[in-house]
Design a protein around this ligand. Structure first.
Ligand SMILES: [Zn+2]
Ligand SMILES: [Zn+2]
Ligand SMILES: [Zn+2]
Length: 763
């Protein structure tokens, strides 16, 4: 029988994830000869055998890959047969520029989990059990190529048993870089609140006992420390809130099992598969009314952020403490980055944690838990971090090497290479000194492990953003300033692999406009290269600047003054009656004189003003709290009717006038309408106005594609109903899923805008 030979080049995440043993097994099963080897950009395979079997191999190859592998390209070419016998795994070619993809950190797999609780397994109850299908990756990598010597496992020398597994192509731990066992690997220790080691025969059992007693334990995880406490113990959760100085922002909860989650949340099919996925994100789920959970876990929320254990240590801890769920919140004070180092944690979390459950496998790069919300039947990233980074966003076209430095809040950075855009993990709010330090670390670390030398640096136009200042200090690169909302729309376009012009609704808190004002309720006609501002909310003063973000009542007063002048004092509504007269008069004078009252067209501030006006919240303790609570106030009733918004033609575009909205709200309040009705009609009104605007702009521009982006799309109602209504009007609607709608997705858009600029040829 004649033999054929084929060469197969595979690109994607195919190294360090058990890909070569998988191919070895498939080839030997099909009685094929040949070899596989790692290359700079993936793996290279040659197979030889009976034609049908070779075709079968090529067809099955991408379909049956190991769980952590991700194939992005397969190129097949015919080769002359050379009648070599057997199939071999050939060691990596060295000396080439590494362009392969690194796997994200993954939750413990089913096989390792079974061994963990098997009393006869040599790794029974070993908190660092892992294999090529699971375990740490990104957070333990120091440099490339991804090899044990380049990870924080380098200090642990494998025992003969582990080494044997590591060297055996047919073993599940073949080339599993973090491979370890009781004999040779990292260990867990329990420390007291002063950071002193406590003698314990089993530190995990000891820590579980402390949790049962309502105490707070700092637990070292995959990407950083968590603060853990019994989620069903009200006073214990309150104590954690006080110590962490976190007033109202909800805590995430790690449940012992899916069945436990179903006792406090509604879990649908999509949510279930997300919860069980190897990425193990925090999933936001609707709370069941009466449940065991302490109210202090997520006060005034209809959603709860829930996840399942993802490290062996988590599984052991939850099994030992026997509690249905633990609060697992990042180990930090308010907005600082999450602690990763043992000594650092003991110092920074002193006074927060009663105990520390630490270990000696170093975390080299912190990575927070990812947060995902299911909207419109699809998972949407709110915070894209552990489990997803550094999987790239796949672009439609090749772009030059670019570093985009993101915004100020919820910062991420983005590096591009060919058709890959690598969005970093969540870095945080850069106004925080520690977070800004971390920003610098992520930039250099990612450049190193991705081997990218950026030629262009893209940044936000806001002159005071720390990321902007950082970028402007790099005079050796080509610098491109990108308008905030243009970046949001470009980010949505990039994720959906669009080209050409689109209508872009960029709705958020604030971003610096080309006129120096604070934009945020923007409709753009945009492509990657450029944009025009087709519509926006009418400007209103933000009295006190950022103080107006923290105190929504200021925005309510600003809107009332704008629409009703000083006559608003006569309006017969509770909001006016509870105002402090002298403070309000000071505010009004600031507005009239234009003192520290920047003009804004923000969509978020409209939410704030309405929330304050209807009595939901006058001051916030975390970002977007008033808007979130206004949405929660809608209740389950959909209701009918809506508050109108004016759409006024101006020379430069359309102006969205909020006067009719505020007049209608006042009238309903005068008539004593319940808050739920007010909130429903407000939300419906926004959707109606945006649909009308889209129709007006379609007439003007003939554009039928609409991109939705910006932090306001964390509002579930808006994110569900606006696309639905637009689609009913035959628009093609594009939204975010793998990339956050909020400022966490900004850097991707900046990179794409920068990629499409023309640069003067270098001399
Ligand atoms: Zn495993
Ligand atoms: Zn070992
Ligand atoms: Zn934004």
């Amino acid at each position: 029988m004649t033999k054929v030979r084929k060469g197969v080049e595979v690109g994607g995440i195919v190294q360090g994830v058990g890909f070569r043993p998988y191919v070895y097994r498939l080839a030997t099963q099909l009685e094929l000869n040949g070899f596989i080897t790692n290359t700079a950009s993936g793996v290279s395979i040659e197979v030889e055998g009976v034609a049908g079997q070779v075709d079968d191999f090529v067809a099955r190859l991408p379909r049956e890959i190991p769980p952590l592998a991700r194939v992005t390209s397969v190129a097949v070419r015919p080769l002359p047969a050379n009648h070599q016998s057997g199939f071999q795994i050939i060691s990596s070619r060295v000396g080439e520029v590494q362009r392969t993809l690194i796997s994200p950190d993954m939750a413990i797999c089913a096989d390792c989990l079974r061994e963990l609780f098997d009393p006869h397994d040599r790794r029974t109850r070993y908190p660092f059990i892992n294999c090529t299908n699971c375990g740490p990756r990104y957070t333990i990598v120091r440099d490339i190529p991804y090899d044990r010597a380049q990870t924080s496992m380098a200090v642990f020398r494998m025992c003969p048993a582990c080494q044997h597994e590591y060297d055996d192509p047919l073993n599940r731990r073949f080339h599993a870089q973090p491979n370890a066992c009781w004999e040779c690997g990292p260990r867990v220790e329990l420390w007291d609140s002063a950071g002193q080691r406590v003698e314990a025969s089993d530190p995990t059992v000891e820590a579980a006992g402390r949790l049962r007693a309502g105490e707070i334990v700092a637990v070292k995880g995959l990407g950083g420390f968590h603060l853990a406490v019994d989620a069903t113990n009200g006073p214990a959760v309150e104590r954690l809130r006080e110590r962490k100085r976190r007033v109202g922002k909800p805590f995430a909860v790690m449940a012992s099992a899916l069945e436990a989650i179903e006792r406090f949340c509604q879990v649908d099919v999509v949510a279930r598969s997300l919860l069980l996925s190897p990425q193990r994100p925090i999933v936001l789920l609707p709370k069941i009314e009466l449940n065991l959970m302490a109210e202090a876990v997520a006060p005034q929320q209809r959603y709860l952020g829930v996840f399942l254990p993802y490290t062996p240590l988590h599984y052991l801890l939850l099994a030992e403490c026997g509690l249905p769920a633990l609060v697992m919140t990042s180990g930090n004070i308010s907005e600082e980055p999450i602690a990763i180092d043992n000594q650092e944690a003991a110092a920074r979390l002193q006074g927060l944690a009663d105990w520390f459950l630490v270990h000696n496998r170093d975390i080299l790069l912190r990575s927070d838990d990812s947060v995902v919300h299911v909207v419109g039947g699809r998972p949407r990233q709110w915070r894209r971090s552990r489990g997803f980074v550094p999987v790239p966003v796949f672009l439609r076209e090749e772009v030059p090497p670019i570093l985009a430095v993101g915004g100020e809040l919820k910062n991420t950075i983005c590096l591009t290479r060919g058709r890959h855009a690598f969005l970093s993990q969540h870095i945080g709010d850069l106004e925080n000194v520690e977070a800004f330090k971390f920003f610098g670390e992520v930039v250099s670390h990612l450049r190193r492990i991705l081997a990218i030398e950026p030629e262009i640096i893209a940044y936000d136009l806001h002159p005071d953003y720390f990321s902007t200042r950082w970028a402007l200090a790099h005079k050796d690169a080509k610098l491109v300033g990108v308008q905030h909302h243009h970046a949001h729309i470009a980010s949505c376009m990039a994720e959906n692999q669009l080209e050409g012009r689109v209508l872009g609704f960029a709705l958020d808190g604030t971003g610096y406009g080309t006129d120096g004002r604070l934009w945020g309720g923007e409709v753009l006609v945009a492509d990657y290269r450029d944009f025009t501002r087709a519509a926006h909310f009418a400007y209103v003063p933000m009295p006190g600047g950022t103080a107006a973000i923290l105190e929504p009542w200021r925005m309510a007063v600003s809107y009332l003054a704008q629409h009703f002048g000083r006559g608003f004092w006569d309006l017969d509504i509770p909001f006016i009656k509870q105002l402090d007269r002298s403070r309000t008069n000071t505010l009004l004078r600031m507005i009239e004189r234009g003192v520290n009252s920047p003009l804004t067209s923000s969509c978020g501030r409209v939410f704030d003003a309405v929330a304050a006006l209807v009595g939901i919240r006058q001051r916030v303790t975390y970002e977007a709290q008033a808007a979130i609570e206004l949405e929660m106030a809608m209740g389950d009733e959909a209701g009918t009717g809506f508050y109108p918004l004016g759409i006024i033609a101006e020379d430069t575009g359309w102006l969205i006038d909020t006067r009719p909205l505020f007049e209608a709200v006042m009238e309903d309040m005068r008539l004593g309408a319940p808050v739920s009705r007010l909130s429903q009609k407000f939300h419906h009104g926004l959707v109606e106005a945006f649909v009308r605007l889209a129709e007006l702009l379609r007439k003007q521009t003939q554009l039928n594609r609409v991109c939705l982006s910006g932090g306001s799309f964390q509002n579930t109602y808006l994110f569900t109903h606006l696309p639905r209504r637009l689609e009913a009007e035959q628009f093609e609607v594009f939204t975010h899923a793998d990339v956050p709608s909020g400022d966490g997705g900004l850097s991707l858009g900046q990179a794409l805008v920068a990629a499409h600029q023309d640069f003067a040829p270098s001399p």
